[in-house]
Design a protein around this ligand. Structure first.
Ligand SMILES: [Zn+2]
Ligand SMILES: [Zn+2]
Length: 230
């Protein structure tokens, strides 16, 4: 690796998620604006948005998906095929590995986000490649982050951070510093060996409220795309 670590937001939703508004064009614009080297696109149970963005090189797009399992959410990174939802966490992790991805426990310690922590048995936990210890939308943020870090240290698992932005303004609120060159395979290997430092802050209440209102007006990707060349 040459120079500074990469700054990557490893948890970003687009309008391909049923509950997000960010267009693909906004993903690119806000990633640049926030000084990110790349973002992981992790829509709920679909890779459509990630696949559309993957051919654009700036910022680097790490394709992924946030898989709904029987017991909470699992981030699949470096995945370009959908992973079936509502499997057990263990089976989900296996499927992710089969297609060459890495499995990250999403917001495992957030109280109101259906994290995996309470139900996680040792066998499941040890199969994860990393834990998302900072998630900007997790609530309560500081407690979730503290517990997430503690859990990752206890389990000796690498730590990641992501904004979990469902609206463009949230992109980059949290990011992971990764010691790797700008290459998807290298980035994934670096995360797996723990060459990653999570950084981030909570989504401000003002934006949280604005997002709640704009969610009601959500139009999805089709309308959002009619004016976009991406
Ligand atoms: Zn989630
Ligand atoms: Zn999410």
């Amino acid at each position: 690796m040459n120079g500074l670590p990469l700054k990557m937001d490893l948890h970003v939703h687009t309008c391909y998620s049923y509950d997000a508004t960010t267009t693909l064009r906004e993903v690119v614009a806000y990633a640049k604006k926030r000084g990110l080297d790349g973002v992981a696109i992790t829509d709920h149970d679909t890779v459509q948005g990630a696949l559309k963005l993957i051919h654009k090189n700036s910022p680097l797009i790490l394709p992924g998906v946030e898989v709904t399992t029987q017991r909470g959410h699992v981030l699949a990174l470096n995945v370009t095929t959908p992973i079936p939802p509502r499997l057990s966490p263990f089976e989900t992790i296996q499927r992710i590995h089969e297609v060459g991805g890495i499995a990250v426990a999403a917001h495992p310690t957030a109280v109101f986000k259906g994290g995996l922590r309470r139900q996680m048995r040792q066998q499941i936990v040890s199969s994860f490649d990393a834990l998302e210890v900072i998630n900007s939308t997790a609530f309560p943020f500081f407690l979730s982050t503290h517990l997430g870090r503690k859990l990752a240290v206890r389990l000796n698992l690498p730590q990641t951070a992501g904004s979990d932005a469902h609206h463009a303004s949230g992109i980059g609120l949290a990011y992971t510093l990764i010691e790797a060159d700008l290459d998807v395979d290298e980035i994934v290997r670096a995360i797996k060996r723990g060459a990653a430092v999570p950084v981030g802050k909570p989504i401000p209440w003002k934006i949280r409220l604005q997002n709640a209102v704009s969610s009601l007006k959500r139009r999805g990707c089709k309308r959002a795309y009619s004016k976009s060349s991406i």
